[in-house]
Write a protein that binds this ligand. Structure first.
Ligand code: SAM
Length: 302
């Protein structure tokens, strides 16, 4: 079976923030659409993560993405992975600083692939953007290499395009290509008044010109550019009706609530205490609350 929302959009993916804790402080972070964690907020338990994934799998969920916060802050991640049902594609998005030493164990526990955030290769810019040290930057690069060696493929390098780092896009394309990784360029979801977003439209136009081949993915209608052996994927959610029309995921917050849309917090469904059939019912309820945020109308009305 496949879940579908009232707009006919199939739901085949779960994106779960398994913690709000993080060792970096990215200046643009959207905290996966959650209010930045007040101290003392509860953290979703390992049992809840396993239960929601099992219930989702029986309803036709095929892909699970674990995120955060920084998911590697959880020491029980490998044991959670080992409890997940067969047949799902399970991936992780991480800042990579604690990945190198765990990549083999994560792969052994059933993780299929990783996205590693890396917004700059220059220590000073990396520090300004993420708050991380030069050592953190080295560890993130080692994390990417460790993931490639452990077979967590394809490894995607996530770069949020900012004014601060837009001049480095071509260096990052080379960096990813030389390792056999995919570069994912992400449009900044910007807080009003911040003004730090880079010119992703200009970069995409340059990619279009230089590409040997361009492919459009079904998911979110993301475009992929192939250039001299390198692969670059562009993620542009802002004011993008196509992005919402092709959104096929349901989110789970770090404090255990089903979240129908990244950009809304007024329609969450608590999963506390749910199991088996009741967990399925709550997933179906949350799917029933999904509606495209960017739908061509006045989004601010919502
Ligand atoms: N700590 C992990 C990491 O660094 O990948 C997981 C959490 S992070 C919120 C997940 C992804 O969201 C990262 O690739 C990050 O770059 C992206 N992200 C965070 N804030 C964003 C924003 N305001 N606009 C676009 N992407 C953002």
């Amino acid at each position: 079976m496949t879940l579908a929302d009232p707009f006919g959009r199939k739901v085949t993916g779960l994106r779960i923030a398994i913690t709000a804790r993080c060792n970096l402080r990215c200046l643009y972070c959207h905290h996966e659409g959650e209010d930045p964690a007040p101290s003392g907020r509860r953290e979703i338990s390992a049992d809840e993560i396993v239960k929601v994934i099992c219930a989702g799998a029986s309803l036709g969920i095929r892909r699970v993405k674990l995120t955060g916060g920084e998911p590697l802050m959880r020491r029980d991640l490998e044991t959670i992975l080992a409890r997940l049902p067969e047949g799902l594609e399970v991936s992780l998005t991480t800042n990579g600083t604690h990945l190198a030493g765990r990549a083999v164990a994560l792969a052994g526990a059933g993780l299929d692939r990783v996205n590693v955030s890396l917004d700059s290769l220059r220590p000073q810019a990396y520090r300004r953007i993420t708050g991380g040290t030069e050592e953190d930057l080295k560890r993130a690069v080692a994390g990417i290499d460790g993931a490639l060696e452990a077979g967590l493929l394809p490894v995607k390098v996530n770069m949020v395009v900012l004014k601060e780092n837009e001049g480095e896009v071509w260096d990052l394309i080379d960096f990813a290509r030389d390792r056999g990784a995919i570069l994912q360029l992400i449009e900044l979801l910007e807080r009003p008044g911040l003004g730090i977003g880079g010119d992703i439209a200009g970069i995409e136009a340059a990619l279009e010109e230089g590409a040997d081949e361009i492919v459009t993915r079904d998911m979110h209608r993301r475009r992929k550019y192939f250039l001299s052996g390198g692969e670059v994927e562009v993620v542009r959610p802002m004011d993008n009706t196509e992005f919402c029309a092709h959104c096929n995921r349901l989110r789970v917050t770090s404090d255990g609530k089903l979240k129908p849309c990244l950009l809304r917090n007024d329609n969450l469904v608590d999963l506390a205490g749910a199991d088996g059939e009741e967990m399925k019912r709550r997933i179906e309820e949350a799917v029933g609350l999904r509606s495209p945020y960017f739908c061509g109308g006045d989004e601010k009305e919502r």
